[in-house]
Ligand binder design. Structure first.
Ligand SMILES: C[S@@+](CC[C@H](N)C(=O)[O-])C[C@H]1O[C@@H](n2cnc3c(N)ncnc32)[C@H](O)[C@@H]1O
Length: 193
């Protein structure tokens, strides 16, 4: 049995609609923290001109590559190891996509992820990040408040990030917020470029 995420099944359609606005030219895409690979196998064939490289922490690569092997697509490449605080692929990439990772990584790891990613993003490149965010330090829903509390109980380094803090980290790298899209289940897609 392959690892399965019901949330990824539910959010892949709404994520596709937003990505269609931004993944408009041929190029290469790096996906960070691809998890079960459900996003990769479903999204990649819908962008046939984009070479899609999923990545994951080394301990999760085997299962991820099993999913990619079970549902191949011409433009979907084998997954590569990537822990954001360790060695990165060279790039450049026209696109970077990451779902539900910024609240799992520590704040220092998110900062590092943004720094390293922006160095590998082409000048016109776009970074699309999906997940829950707080605004002005406040959760956007009671469910996000509870989710944040449960993350911090699991590991105090985890937690939902403030949208403004994420925008500032990208601004430090010379990348501006191009879009901030409301998504189902109190999630967002933030797009930087
Ligand atoms: C909640 S899962 C999201 C998986 C998938 N993107 C999704 O939306 O279903 C978070 C993922 O982030 C990855 N992750 C956590 N810390 C990481 C780090 N420091 N570097 C790279 N990936 C990391 C985990 O391995 C995990 O697969």
């Amino acid at each position: 049995m392959l690892p399965f995420s019901q949330a990824a099944e539910n959010n892949k359609g709404p994520i596709l609609e937003v990505l269609r606005e931004y993944l408009t030219a041929p190029g290469t895409l790096l996906e960070i923290g691809a998890g079960t690979g459900q996003h990769a196998v479903w999204l990649a064939p819908r962008f046939p001109d984009i070479g899609w490289t999923p990545s994951e922490q080394p301990e999760h690569l085997h299962d991820l590559n099993r999913r990619l092997g079970a549902e191949p697509a011409a433009n979907l490449r084998p997954a590569i190891p990537l822990r954001v605080q360790e060695a990165w692929p060279l790039g450049p990439f026209e696109y970077i996509f990451s779902a539900n990772t910024f609240h799992i990584m520590s704040a220092d790891q998110v900062t590092l992820c943004i720094e390293q990613a922006c160095r590998r993003l082409s000048a016109q490149g776009r970074f699309c990040v999906y997940g829950p965010f707080h605004y002005d330090g406040q959760p956007t829903s009671d469910s996000n408040r509870r989710f944040d509390q449960s993350l911090q109980a699991r590991d105090p380094a985890m937690g939902i990030r403030d949208q403004e803090w994420v925008v500032a980290r990208f601004a430090d790298q010379g990348r501006a917020l191009l879009g901030d899209h409301a998504m189902p289940a109190n999630n967002r897609v933030l797009v930087f470029g």
